[in-house]
Write a protein that binds this ligand. Sequence first.
Ligand code: GAP
Length: 590
Amino acid sequence: MSEGNPIVELAKRRGFFLQSADAYGGVSGFYTFGPEGAALKQNIEDTWRERFTIQEGNMEVDAPTVMPEPVFEASGHLEGFDDMLIECPECGDSHRADHIVEDNTDLEDAESMAIERVEEIVAEYELTCPTCGAGLAGQAIQQFNLMFETNIGPGSSSPGYLRPETAQGIFVEFPQLAEYARNQLPFGVTQIGRAYRNEISPRKSLLRVREFTQAELELFIDPEEDEPDLERVEDVAAPFYPADEQQSDDGEIVEATVGEVFEEGIVADPWIAYYLGIAKRWYESIGVDMDRFRFRQHLPGELAHYAADCWDAEAEVDGDWIELAGFAYRGDYDLSKHAAHSEEEFTVFKQYDEPVTVERPTVDPDMSYLGPEFGGDAAAVADALETLAERDPDAFRDAQADGGAVTVEIDGQAYAVPVEKTGFEIEEVTESGEHITPHVVEPSLGIDRALYTVLDHSYREDEIDGETRRVLELPPEVAPTTVGVFPLMDRDGLADRAREVVDRLRDAGLAVTYDDSGAIGRRYRRQDEVGTPFCVTVDYETLGEGDDSDLEGTVTLRERDTTEQKRVPISDLAETLTELRDGDIEFADL
Ligand code: GAP
């Protein structure tokens, strides 16, 4: 997004966000949130925490951002968290090959194509370097892993990575978290924190950066039993763009409620449908324009390595649809992987309603036979027999029927053991429950993209007294400042009285800015531009009405969007503003 973009310009000038380390030339993909931006971001995060953690009864954690290599071996990020890198032979700039294809041809979803196919397309369409215009045909495309690597401690024996998603910090602690949840499914764990991706070509301001904040919920469920309370969101209406509509020539957006898309099988999983409803309400509450918002299902080739189904929340920004969040059904992928790669159990014990009697195959191999027969491999053969008995008891039954041998394979070598030497038996045991690996449903939201979208969607220009007014119509709940307080003049005791008002409002927990410089109209414009929903002016009427020592009298309260003004008693001001901020009353009700 160019510097000429009004949001980028406003963000820098008024302290929402700016390219970091500008004094040293700046680093692409890293931004510093200034005072307004940091407050806006915190408020957005607070509303997310309220909605996704507190109201849903979930637990919040705060895990490290650096994690050791085995975590990412297990999660699949080391192997497969790659983007397609193409380098320009002329200027040397690096670009994402799939983006070059999508931006310059009618082809979509290039990310899921094979590298060889993308190389062919680059040559076929004579695609060029976005920086210098040189031809890219014939340039090899490489898979580039997006994780930032580091070393934990001195030396290089303990590699670590900055986490590319906050989710892994939750999954690796699952055994303890399940205990905190008393092994009762379903339970949800949330986390808000930084994630890092060494994007090949960061772009569009905050929309694709190398360090960003994710707000993720990992919900652990028993897929056979747990269901959400869909009634709570069934009436939430939104535009849905299913995969089959995207693939059809005359595909259309489906305008429907959450209840309808679930009933009609458009969103197959009830948990995903539930969180789409919760998220739609949340995005609306923080100021995303619902006429520029939709849910889009991933195409089959687009699904992440862990996802069985995924819907994105998308918003239109500058003519493009951008992904704000993903809602994925991750199945038991993550917990099974961490169980396989670590020494821990990633299961919960599921108690049956009634104890059940089951047949359990067991082996008790005759080591006095296995030892002399297989030497150093005997113990491994015994283990393999145990695994085979659990997985395929019929192999033993068949061998018993024909008096033959059972064959196990270890590192490609076959070992045949006469069935009578395996000690195979079927025992009847009574079980009170079983260990199950929970499935995971994950709403994963990006805070930076939400923040940028809210700024973009709330920005307006209008005209007041022949002057252009720039205004951010931010919802009061997330606006960095709730109220600006101004003395009409900086004299005659007006400023002292205004400062007393400021103290009183701050004591009530409101975010307040004091401003006594310049014409009153200019001060209003300054607050309009950073989205302050209300301004209070202390004027001569205030002084005339009250006694100096207590805060009697009235002030002018002005609303940002309508610019309407009303007189409000100072004694009621803190309560009135708190109710206005929390949406409990409307300005028109005053
Ligand atoms: N745990 C799942 C996960 O990380 P993702 O779709 O890769 O899924 C989730 O990321 C969200 O994080 C995205 O929807 C987006 O809002 C945000 N995000 C991802 N990469 C980003 C980037 N480079 N810059 C800004 N936000 C990003």
